[in-house]
Write a protein that binds this ligand. Sequence first.
Ligand code: SF4
Length: 338
Amino acid sequence: MTKIITVNNTDATPSWQKELANAVKNPLQLLQLLDIAPESADLSDQARKSFPMLVPLPFVRKMKKGDINDPLLQQVLPIENEERIVDGFSLDPLGEHQNGIQGLLHKYKSRVLLILKTGCAINCRYCFRRHFPYQDNNLNKQQFVEVLNYLKLHPEVNEVILSGGDPLMSKDEFLQYIVTELDQLPQLKRLRIHTRLPVVIPQRITDELCQLLKNSRLKVIFVLHINHANEIDDAFSDAVKKLYQAGIQLLNQSVLLKGINDTSEALVALSESLSEVNILPYYLFLLDKVQGAQHFDLATEKAQLLMKQITAELPGYLVPKLSREIAGEKSKTLINSL
Ligand code: SF4
């Protein structure tokens, strides 16, 4: 007789939220997981206090054991260099902290940015919003109604960018509500989602998420944030394949970071790896001069030289645009090659 086993699964928490809950928050624990002696790093409690450490395990698994200079580890480890105060580096490099409607930034004429969520699944040490007062800018349903009213008064806006924090920190039900409401504004053509979550917790790309985005009448574009080829592994490739199959356009933006991706070899490898998973390189940003991230900064001339080198090696469609954001400017500022 065949025995029938029934499984009564009452745990409805999606696996990506469990990964989030299990993210590593202690640098010593992270180093232990990687078989690295604590003395190898100039860890700083002060840096961690000002901007907590947060690294999900799927991202840790992409790091090389025993290597303190691993380019993924160096993006997340709070170190003493962050405590230095350097001229030209400020708490608010892009002038974003003054705002009108909560959760809404209207910097560029035809696009608005909505801060859906106040946090990310990972805390990147170079983040230009590391001092951003997220608690004053989170968007709830009531404020979203104000945003919708604002958009009705601004028909020049044809694209909404969901950002954060990371907008995919929102649950699928909330995203469904947002997308359904935006779908009904006839002026809108595109919905852009800026996210690093699929890179650090690939399980975030649920079938429900793909379906709700596929159902939207808007053209959906994902702008992922990947800085190094090692961030692209099989789990991530499978996740983005689902997005690609749902008809979502996939772009990537990176930040040029000293010691992480500041060689032509690293940048060429990144573009090639992105291409293999159907993602086009979009922007390569110079670092926003935020206090605490000065040790990642690279001279503009060095960046221009790198661009010259990678342009000689890659087809044009795999060369990202070197750019910087300047507070108050109406668009990103492209940096010419040498
Ligand atoms: S994912 Fe983006 S917004 Fe979040 S900490 Fe990293 S750089 Fe900042």
